[in-house]
Design a protein around this ligand. Structure first.
Ligand SMILES: *Cc1c(COP(=O)(O)O)cnc(C)c1O
Ligand code: SF4
Length: 456
């Protein structure tokens, strides 16, 4: 029995010091280390002692899934880009020139997919709420400024453009002020989802400054506070031995006691993240506050593209008291080519896993794409009137009315995203005209008003 009284030594690794990791020295060749440096100059790289010492099985590197999840790989960049940066590093290119090159490459990697910037950010009293995205009627995403970094970075992450930080408590209060104002005018919102980066990177003072105002009078319509976090997977000591671990748990309890539901949205990408005594104890402590833990992950090649991985993950999660929630498809940004699993293949993997677990694990929904019009689930492949088609539906839609209505696309084994699909039986998908109008000349707020009105 480990009592978790001794703090676990946190050390963070980036491209500047990763060569000092003993396991890296022992297991990686000079060529592999150089590749990490090259790719790590373009895509952010960060690991920590827990990930390196407890999660990665170094004798399986480079195939180890957690290694591939956190350490940049050569193939994540196009060959041309890789060679450009490699050459720059080898010839000692000056810093400003190198940044320029790197920024050009980053721009070509679609840093803000799915119209995040243009269409989801609302305004209040003429001020853009830059930390807010309100895309789906009931659930508002909030990106607290102090939560825009993580305990370690995932190589597949689409949040990479925002890993830059600002550091002031006042800013948090000002942001929350505007958020509360917005929420008071939007009674259709029932859920506020704190996301990032990782909100659990914040100390308890900051976290409280963001959350407490949501518990006050006038916001009774906010029924659920959600926290999207990978802390359980990458740094469970956040709930065990960090200086303010007890206070964090007390804050969770306070949320629950206030009468709101606290949903901790835990990101787990592989069963390996569930096996340590630390994560298991951390899950217990979070659940003991009255919070629920719902789990989600994208499906990625090289990491979790086997049905057994998913079935094992869901079973273990249920056994630990968590609720499987979403399986996503890798988004069209960053190193997507490296990670993308085609839609048909993803559905086959998902289905095989889903079939092999009992009903209590089948709370999970997927595989789903977070595309510009909404979250689109691949329901499967069928044959209708002799034509092979793919059947899809919205789990969330920019127009709530689109949700849960099956629609069909021509069978396409190579498609990895909604844009790759063509409608079957019709000239356009049923939502296309409306969607194009939404993203056309009207302001996002006008659209939101038009579609979010009807609620009950
Ligand atoms: C997934 C997502 C949500 C949350 O959707 P739920 O189905 O309520 O979990 C909210 N906003 C955006 C932009 C999302 O992608
Ligand atoms: S923990 Fe989440 S936000 Fe952070 S790098 Fe990983 S996927 Fe991105």
């Amino acid at each position: 029995m480990i009592d978790f009284k001794e703090p676990y030594k946190y050390r963070s690794y980036t491209i500047n010091n990763f060569r000092k990791i003993p396991q890296v020295e022992k297991h990686l060749s000079e060529e592999e280390m150089f590749a990490i440096e090259v790719v790590g100059n373009v895509l952010p790289f960060k690991a920590n002692t827990y990930v390196v010492n407890e999660l990665i099985e170094w004798d399986k590197v480079p195939d180890d899934p957690i290694y591939r999840l956190t350490f940049p790989q050569k193939e994540m960049l196009e060959e041309e880009h890789f060679n450009q940066v490699a050459h720059a590093l080898k010839t000692g290119m000056a810093k400003p020139e190198l940044s320029e090159l790197v920024n050009e490459i980053r721009k070509s990697l679609n840093p803000h997919p799915a119209g995040q910037m243009e269409h989801n950010v609302p305004e209040i009293e003429g001020t853009k709420l830059t930390g807010v995205q309100h895309k789906y009627r009931e659930t508002l995403l909030f990106f607290p400024n102090h939560g825009q970094t993580c305990h370690a970075y995932c190589t597949f992450c689409f949040r990479w453009p925002q890993f830059v930080g600002i550091d002031e408590l006042k800013f948090a209060m000002r942001e929350t002020d505007l958020l509360v104002k917005y929420l008071k005018e939007h009674k259709e919102v029932s859920d506020v989802l704190f996301t990032g980066g990782d909100p659990m990177i914040m100390n308890v003072k900051r976290l409280r400054a963001y959350i407490e105002p949501l518990l006050e009078e006038g916001l009774e319509h906010i029924q659920t506070i959600r926290i999207g976090s990978k802390a359980l997977g990458y740094w469970p000591y956040r709930f065990l031995t960090d200086k303010d671990a007890e206070e964090v748990l007390a804050l969770f309890e306070q949320i629950v006691k206030s009468g709101k539901h606290l949903a901790f949205m835990g990101h787990f990408n592989h069963p390996a993240e569930l096996k340590t005594p630390a994560v298991q104890e951390a899950i217990k402590r979070v659940l003991a506050t009255g919070a629920q833990i719902r789990t989600q992950s994208p499906m990625m090649r090289h990491i979790n593209d086997k049905a057994e991985d998913w079935a094992t993950m869901w079973r273990q999660q249920v056994q630990l008291g968590c609720i499987p929630y979403y399986t996503f498809l890798a988004r069209d940004t960053g190193a997507q080519d490296y990670f993308a699993v085609p839609l048909v293949k993803a559905w086959e993997i998902f289905r095989k896993a889903y079939q092999s677990v009992s009903g209590v694990s089948r709370t999970v929904r997927g595989p789903s794409m977070s595309a510009a019009p909404g979250k689109v689930q691949v329901l499967g492949v069928s044959e209708i009137n002799g034509e092979k088609v793919m059947s899809l539906r919205f789990l969330q839609g920019r127009n709530p009315n689109w949700v849960h209505r099956p629609f069909f696309a021509k069978y396409n084994e190579e498609a990895v995203w909604l844009d790759d699909l063509e409608p079957a039986f019709e000239n356009e998908f049923f939502f296309e005209r409306e969607f194009n109008a939404m993203t056309g000349d009207k302001s996002p707020d006008v659209i939101r008003e038009a579609f979010f009105e009807e609620s009950f």
